[in-house]
Ligand binder design. Structure first.
Ligand code: NOJ
Length: 713
């Protein structure tokens, strides 16, 4: 019997109470009544219940409830389970869909072994504001990159068959617009015009749906006045209508009843009605559905078809996971298996972005004594980053441990310099300076602890917290060469760091194997290959700052001077810029150095006249002109030069990692279809308008070889 028939049969047998029960997700192991509730069919899903407890609850549901419908166990498996991979923003810096797919596969494998069926990932919220702490959990600022990587994560978690006990259901979140929180304050209001929503914020979700994402999560934010959890436009019209999504929509934690605080529902009853009518199928944590849907049905305020539709979607996922046939599904994967750790090491290596290097890195094998300094040099917990529930500090290999192993303990001097990242004291700085003086080179591990990013962890300042800059200044004053490794959950304002350091490597929060991966890069075992998935501002005052902006009528000149406030306005000439800081980012989107150099040449377009509905091929030669084997991430950008609505100055349309030996060259090729050039016009129709387009193939959002072509009817 097919899945839909099985659902029909079940729905025909279910009471309204049992139907509403399926729509309830309980957080944690609940209270004393939980077991009775499960026996009555009053719960469809749990989050954060694992192992034996999950198995015991499943037994009650399957063996002691009237219809024996299995429970669905969800958990935040965001960037690994026991083996923690780099935070998603770090993984995004790899520009490597294969790598993020593999990280998700391993996370699914370990989580499924512990009884997890469903993860609340990937987060594909576009984030243009690094103050927002949850930028750490997503793929950055670009819709194309987030779409490619989000889809890869979905494939990694789910594989091709959800019944595979090594796979789990994915959940694309937070639908939608959550990352556009005003001022970067988490949960804050968002205003996103429909065209921008459709061109920038929705595409990563659509890509996840196309990749087969089993579920989506509705967001906390109020979007254009309507809370995302009660938003019929985004949920019913776009997701379930236009995209024909047939999976389930779960609310975020209490986001149904938070519609009361939003001022969009009078009480829990109205909130429940609003959420179900809008298209939410399951309520996470709060119990407004459980408390009110049955009576709303009885009163005729809620049509039975809506409840049946929600329950159908929930049962569909349970059937797709094979839970009716194998409710206790597990696998025997060993957490922290050597191949998992090796994949995590590779992921961390590929995530690191080399921002500056005056030649200090890689350290020569003949390097003498090394001072390893900083609050993040030896903290196995903080290097895991936010949302690492099942990761354990003691499983981590820290940079200090990895460097000591690689160089020999006798060559390493360790001094933390500060008690922790946020410490404002200077007590430990002298010992760090003394260690630096005794060393030939200083490696300083600075940045943010894990608790400075993630949910509800927004920052108004993006510089190094505590007295870390003082520590760095003191280290630099010794005259010893200093390489700074920054661990962080977001782009920071690193100008003062780059000024003082000879080299800066951005490692994000690199996960369990962060230490060995960083050591590999510092010692030249591998060359850095990460690229920025989000623009790095010079100062928080520039935020929001993103590469795919509009041009304005008075675009800043590339060389527009930065004038000190108080000088005559004249030199600024009324451009869209600042008086007191360079308008340009410190490092652009897509940027990253390596231990070699690359040139681009021989740009070739297969045609200069592209017919609507057809594709052209863009090719260029990338040559490794340096002395190290290294990977370049070639990027394709386009600009629609004249359109019925203003279009961004650049949009990423392709990227390709190419690993080349010194002197080696390769041809990179990108296919560009006219559909890839489309946008939503004033009537909200997705169109590609004929006319001239500019394109670039190059190393980041700033430079590149340039070409032009025309789209013709
Ligand atoms: C709230 C967060 O916003 C969401 O991302 C997460 O999945 C749920 N809590 C469950 O922990």
């Amino acid at each position: 019997m097919g899945i839909e028939e099985r659902i029909d049969q079940l729905l025909a047998r279910m009471t309204p109470a049992e139907k509403v029960g399926q729509m309830r997700q309980i957080a944690g192991s609940g209270d004393d009544d939980t077991e009775a509730l499960i026996r009555q069919g009053g719960a469809g899903s749990f989050l954060n219940v694992l192992g034996e407890q999950a198995a015991a609850y499943q037994r009650l549901a399957v063996e002691e409830s009237r219809l024996g419908i299995p429970l669905l166990f969800g958990r935040d498996v965001i960037h690994g389970f026991r083996t923690i991979f780099p935070i998603p923003l770090g993984q995004a810096a790899s520009f490597d869909p294969g790598l993020v797919r593999e990280a998700a596969r391993i996370a699914a494998r370990e989580a499924a072994a512990a009884g997890v069926h469903w993860t609340f990932a990937p987060m594909v919220d576009i984030a243009r504001d690094p103050r927002w702490g949850r930028i750490a959990e997503g793929c950055g600022e670009d819709p194309y990159l987030a779409a490619c990587l989000g889809a890869a994560m979905v494939q990694g978690f789910q594989g091709s068959d959800l019944r595979d006990p090594e796979r789990i259901a994915a959940c694309a979140k937070h639908y939608v617009g959550y990352g556009a929180a005003e001022g970067g304050r988490d949960y804050n209001t968002t205003y996103i015009p429909e065209g921008l929503l459709r061109d920038v914020y929705l595409p990563p979700f659509e890509a996840c749906v196309r990749a087969g994402a089993a579920t989506l999560m509705s967001a906390f934010n109020n979007l254009n006045g309507v809370p995302a959890t009660g938003n019929a436009f985004t949920l019913r019209k776009v997701l379930k209508g236009e995209w024909a999504f047939d999976g389930l929509v779960v609310s975020d934690w209490n986001s149904v009843i938070e519609m009361i605080a939003h001022g969009c529902a009078a009480d829990e009853r109205e909130a429940a009605l609003c959420a179900v009518a809008a298209g939410v199928d399951m309520e996470m944590t709060s119990a407004a559905f459980a408390g009110h849907l049955e009576s709303l049905l009885a009163e005729g305020r809620l049509p039975l078809e809506l409840i049946d539709e929600a329950v159908r979607r929930i049962l569909r996922i349970k059937l797709r996971l094979g839970l009716f046939d194998d409710p206790y599904r597990r696998n025997t994967a060993v957490p922290l298996a050597p191949e998992h750790l090796e994949a995590a090491r590779q992921a961390a290596r590929e995530s690191c972005v080399l921002l500056k290097n005056d030649g200090l890195l890689p350290l020569a094998s003949t390097v003498g004594r090394v001072a390893v300094v900083g609050p993040l040099a030896n903290d196995g917990g903080e290097q895991l980053g936010c949302w690492a529930f099942d990761g354990r500090a003691e499983d981590s290999v820290t940079p200090l441990a990895a460097l000591s192993a690689a160089l020999g303990e006798e060559r390493v001097r360790y001094a933390p310099g500060l008690d922790d990242c946020r410490s404002c004291g200077e007590r430990l700085i002298p010992a760090a300076v003394a260690a630096a003086r005794e060393a030939d080179v200083v490696l300083a591990f600075l940045g943010e602890d894990a608790g400075l990013s993630g949910e509800a962890h927004s920052r108004a300042f993006l510089d190094l917290p505590g007295t870390q800059q003082q520590l760095l200044d003191a280290l630099a004053a010794t005259g010893r060469p200093v390489a700074v490794v920054v661990m962080a959950g977001r782009p920071l304002t690193l100008e003062p760091v780059a000024e003082k350091a000879n080299a800066v490597l951005l490692a994000w929060h690199p996960g369990t194997m962060g230490g060995p991966a960083i050591a590999d890069l510092l010692l030249g075992v591998a060359s850095p290959s990460g690229r920025l998935p989000a623009t790095m501002p010079r100062t928080v005052g520039q935020v929001p700052l993103y590469y795919n902006r509009m041009n304005t009528g008075r675009p800043p000149r590339g060389d527009a001077p930065c004038v000190t406030t108080g000088t005559p306005l004249d030199p600024v000439r009324h451009y869209a810029t600042y008086l007191d800081v360079d308008h340009r980012p410190l490092f652009p989107f897509g940027y990253g150095l390596t231990y070699s150099t690359f040139t681009y040449s021989d740009l070739e377009l297969s045609t200069r006249e592209l017919k609507l509905g057809e594709a052209l091929t863009v090719a260029a030669t990338v040559t490794n002109t340096g002395r190290a084997r290294a990977t370049e991430v070639a990027q394709l950008y386009v600009r629609d030069l004249v359109a019925s609505l203003a279009r961004p100055v650049r949009e990423l349309k392709g990227f390709q990692r190419v690993e080349l030996a010194p002197g080696e060259a390769a041809r990179v090729r990108f296919a560009l279809h006219t559909d890839d050039l489309s946008f939503h016009n004033a009537e909200m129709r997705r169109v590609t308008e004929p006319g001239r387009f500019q394109l670039w193939v190059g190393p980041d959002a700033r430079g590149g070889l340039q070409g032009q072509f025309e789209v013709v009817e």
